[in-house]
Write a protein that binds this ligand. Structure first.
Ligand SMILES: [Zn+2]
Length: 54
């Protein structure tokens, strides 16, 4: 589903951010990022709470 441009930013110390029109893509990439770089298991709900309009 296409939406307005959204973004998710990781911790400023990490500096990772992602922007997309595709929420699914953001959720997918953010979950993988958290797992790979922070050894954190986050959920779709967590990512949605972090999501802002870009
Ligand atoms: Zn990060």
């Amino acid at each position: 589903m296409k939406t307005n441009l959204k973004k998710v930013e990781c911790d400023p110390k990490c500096g990772f951010s992602i922007k997309s029109h595709d929420e699914k893509e953001i959720i997918d990439i953010a979950i993988k990022h958290a797992k790979k770089f922070h050894d954190m298991a986050i959920t779709e709900k967590d990512v949605r709470e972090m999501m802002k309009d870009a």
